[in-house]
Write a protein that binds this ligand. Structure first.
Ligand code: PEP
Length: 248
């Protein structure tokens, strides 16, 4: 049986009570019985609001980060158990913006994935190379190193994660990987997962990086692209709904 695709919006540090209200209502209205799974990963202060707004519709709730710690003296951190109390189903870990601006290492990202899984939250593990790494022919080495850390820390639970291939040079730049470029990397990631688990085909491998209404269908048609992690285009209901419609 083929799995349903997953389209996850990453709002990043955008939104307000009023804007979220309008956006989620418009998405919920347009969602109908979408052929794919749909989630929005919202800033932590808005989890409760979006949890209420999504009631009765198929929209899943996601967070944009999670602490590697279960509880304690970690000022500013939010634990997976706390997220779970707000109905959070997914948590992005290792987004390139966190790796870049917060110095998150492969080992830390792996621990965050582990903490999420321990509380029944599916980590969306982001991997991806910078432009300099791509130009140096290091794409495969970089994404494999990033995923290897998560596989190492999570053992047999690895089939429970979602992977998002997000080339750093394509995030928020309007520059998208071509379907061929993306599929090539997705195939590498799938092979790496296959070496780690007999259930690798169950794992969603999402593409992220300037996915929009115009390019979604061609990316989503690739054999190993099981959905999208969508930044900018998830902030406009019409664009996000068109991407969802492309995920059949
Ligand atoms: C992201 O931030 O995960 C992302 C893919 O952003 P954008 O779609 O805006 O490139």
């Amino acid at each position: 049986m083929t799995k349903k695709k997953l389209i996850a919006g990453n709002w990043k540090m955008n939104g307000s009570l009023a804007a979220n209200d309008a956006l989620v209502r418009a998405i919920a209205k347009g969602l109908g019985d979408a052929a794919c799974q749909v989630a929005v990963c919202v800033p932590a202060p808005y989890l409760a609001q979006v949890q209420m707004l999504r009631a009765g519709c198929a929209l899943e709730l996601g967070a944009q980060d999670v602490s590697q710690h279960a509880e304690g003296a970690y000022t500013g951190e939010v634990s997976a158990a706390m997220l779970r109390e707000f109905g959070v189903r997914f948590a992005i870990v290792g987004h390139s913006e966190r790796r870049q601006y917060h110095g998150e290492s492969d080992a830390l990202v792996a621990d965050k994935a582990k903490a999420a899984l321990a509380c029944g939250i599916t980590p969306i593990v982001c991997v991806g190379e910078t432009l300099a790494e791509r130009e140096a022919g290091r794409t495969e080495e970089v994404v494999k190193r990033q995923l290897a850390a998560v596989i190492h820390a999570n053992g047999h639970c690895i089939s429970e994660i979602v992977v998002a291939y997000e080339p750093v040079w394509a995030i928020g730049t309007g520059r998208t990987a071509t379907p061929d470029q993306a599929q090539q990397v997705h195939a590498v990631l799938r092979a790496q997962l296959k070496a780690a688990t007999p259930h690798a085909d169950r794992v969603h491998i999402l593409y992220g990086g300037s996915m929009n209404a115009a390019n979604a269908a061609s990316l989503l048609a690739c054999a190993d692209i099981d959905g999208g992690l969508v930044g900018g285009a998830s902030l406009k209901a019409a664009d996000f709904l068109q991407i969802i419609a492309a995920a059949r």
